[in-house]
Design a protein around this ligand. Structure first.
Ligand code: NAD
Length: 264
């Protein structure tokens, strides 16, 4: 798809990758870029830069997603592209004393933001898109959803679930001309990455959000399901499927090294 002349929504658009996506869509001639974020001040600042609109929205709340969809379509017209991009880090434990050890709260928060937010967007947009003959979802996930993020069980698990939902969304609605892409980078230089110690996610180099946004535009143009700003990820996926046990062994070595470094 080309975003030129289209109405686009970006959740988590106030900062980082989402902000770069808003700028890239505006520069590519989108008719209106809607920035939906909990961080209302920065959402307004980004909207002002891209001649867009801002909504304060907690993507974990279905009613907030409904409000963004209804108001965007009422004010600006049909949403052609909905980007579920908001995400949270947290729960990083380099020592991994117990992968299931964290309390329910961070698990449920990750589940709500990384998975249910994508479900809510589909729940309320698929009927509208079907009625008008198609649409596009771009879901920012992570290489952690295809591989794993050592030391971050809640992040890895919910990002895997997000891949599962996106696959099903694409399969269910191919016949309805609804397209889906998943954006799965490794390290990207944003507040989220800076909030955790440097680790294997940066092994192939951190990208700028602007570079990632360029890759997204190219991926949307080609309408590929998988958008991999770090092309190495495809090789790691191949290695994982070729020999799962060897792959687990390799990841466990990374975990061991991490324990050694952080245990000093
Ligand atoms: N930075 C990386 O290295 C990296 C790598 C792979 C995937 N990702 C994914 O990219 C996406 C964007 O992350 P980023 O790196 O730009 O981080 P960031 O912290 O710079 O931006 C995240 C944005 O999401 C917003 N947000 C968080 N929770 C929200 C909620 N409940 N409702 C609405 N908005 C909310 C924040 O206010 C913020 O503006 C996330 O889904 C993240 O998991 C990031």
């Amino acid at each position: 798809m080309q975003v030129t002349g289209k109405v686009v929504v970006v959740t988590g658009g106030a900062n980082g990758i989402g902000k770069a996506l808003c700028e890239a869509f505006h520069n590519a001639g989108a008719a209106k870029v809607v920035v939906a974020d909990m961080d209302a001040a920065n959402a307004r600042a980004v909207a002002a830069m891209v001649d867009g609109a801002a909504f304060k929205c907690d993507v974990a709340q279905e009613k907030d997603i409904v409000h963004v969809i209804e108001e965007t379509e009422r004010q600006f017209g049909p949403i052609a592209l909905f980007c579920s991009n908001a995400g949270i880090g947290g729960g990083f434990d380099p020592m991994s004393e117990n992968a299931g050890g964290a309390s329910d709260e961070p698990w449920q928060r990750s589940w709500a933001i990384h998975v249910m937010a994508h479900v809510y967007a589909a729940r309320h947009l698929v009927p509208r898109m079907r009625a008008r003959g198609g649409g596009y979802f771009l879901n920012t996930i992570s290489a952690a959803g295809l591989l794993s993020q050592v030391g971050s069980p809640a992040y890895s698990t919910t990002k895997h679930a997000a891949v599962g939902f996106a696959e099903n969304l694409a399969i269910s609605h191919k016949a309805h001309n609804i397209k889906v892409s998943i954006l799965c980078p490794q390290g990207v230089d944003t507040n989220m990455l800076r909030s955790i110690p440097k680790g294997p996610q940066s092994g192939d180099g951190d990208l700028t959000p602007e570079q990632v946004a360029k890759d997204v535009l190219a991926g949307l143009e080609q309408e590929t399901f998988l958008i991999l700003p770090h092309p190495q990820v495809l090789g790691y996926m191949r290695k994982k499927t070729e020999n799962y046990d060897r792959w687990i062994g390799g990841m466990a070595k990374i975990q061991a090294k991490m324990r050694e470094e952080f245990g000093k």
